[in-house]
Design a protein around this ligand. Structure first.
Ligand code: PEP
Length: 277
């Protein structure tokens, strides 16, 4: 980190600490916005994304990561803006061996990757990943020193039959049964019916689940984890709805799919209205 970046970073943290006092602790949680490129892009398209990210502003008191297809992780690592981290979109639950097509946390670390997205609803649904497997992957990734974005969320049918909280709690519990230390975990609440559909959860709908999940964590893991863990919202977040969603007390950032491929991603990165209070 250069001297200038360091002093900006320190100033950002000091400001956040000051706001924390004013807001009774709600600002403890650094706002975090991630992009999930899914299986999109080629080197030309990536160059365009890097170009708009380099041209835009990344607030010093926010964290930003981009979830890159594994084949391009190294390409993006060499080109990304300094204050953006890269995330893998998956990894396997063991160190190495005869697991054709898989990548391990050690391999990701070898490329300088800091984050991995696990439990995305597309992995759960299309690739049949169970709560158990996602929990094993999470435990192994954390053991190896990666930070994990753990995705949870209900389908439309589950919401309509009143099972939202039960599903989100079950998915979180599977991980809670396997790990003790949550410091390197960010949860992304992503209602499946809102992913890639253009149907965003309303700020109130999202807040309701975030609040319920935080309470569940307080009761079943610890109050400290509940207070400090960041819960992102994901599901058709755009430049048009991000600021309103970000007003909600328990929304600590976003996981963004489609819009992370477009210049509007920079507006979403800058949508942390809590920081303006
Ligand atoms: C996602 O892929 O995690 C996601 C939230 O996608 P989208 O923003 O396109 O709904």
């Amino acid at each position: 980190m250069s001297k200038r970046e360091c002093s900006q970073d320190c100033a950002g943290r000091a400001l956040a600490a000051q706001k924390q006092k004013l807001t009774g602790g709600a600002m403890d949680r650094t706002f975090i916005v991630g992009g999930n490129w899914k299986m999109n892009g080629d080197r030309k398209a990536i160059d365009e994304i890097i170009k708009f990210m380099r041209a835009g502003t990344i607030p010093t008191n926010n964290e930003v990561y981009i979830g890159v297809p594994s084949i391009y992780l190294d390409y993006v690592q060499q080109r990304k803006p300094k204050n953006v981290e890269i995330a893998a979109q998956n990894c396997y639950k063991v160190e190495k061996g005869a697991f054709t097509g898989e990548i391990s946390p050690d391999m990701l670390k070898d490329l300088g990757v800091k984050w991995v997205i696990l439990g995305h609803s597309e992995r759960r649904k299309i690739f049949g990943e169970s709560d158990e497997l996602i929990a094993e992957k999470t435990a192994h990734a954390l053991e190896k020193g990666l930070k994990v974005i753990l995705c949870v969320g209900e389908t439309l049918d589950e919401r309509e039959t009143g099972q939202t909280n039960a599903v989100v709690f079950r998915q979180t519990k599977a991980v809670a049964d396997k790990i003790k230390d949550w410091r390197n975990v960010v949860i992304a609440y992503e209602p499946v019916w809102a992913i890639g559909t253009g149907k965003t959860a309303s700020p109130e709908q999202a807040q309701e689940v975030h609040d319920a999940l935080r309470k569940w964590i307080a009761e079943n893991i610890s109050k400290e984890v509940a207070d400090t863990i960041r819960i992102q919202y994901g599901g058709s977040v755009t430049a048009g709805n991000a600021k309103e969603l970000a007003t909600q007390k328990d929304i600590d950032g976003f996981l963004v799919g489609g819009a992370s491929l477009k210049p509007e991603f920079m507006e979403i990165i800058n949508a942390n209205v809590k920081a303006e209070k």
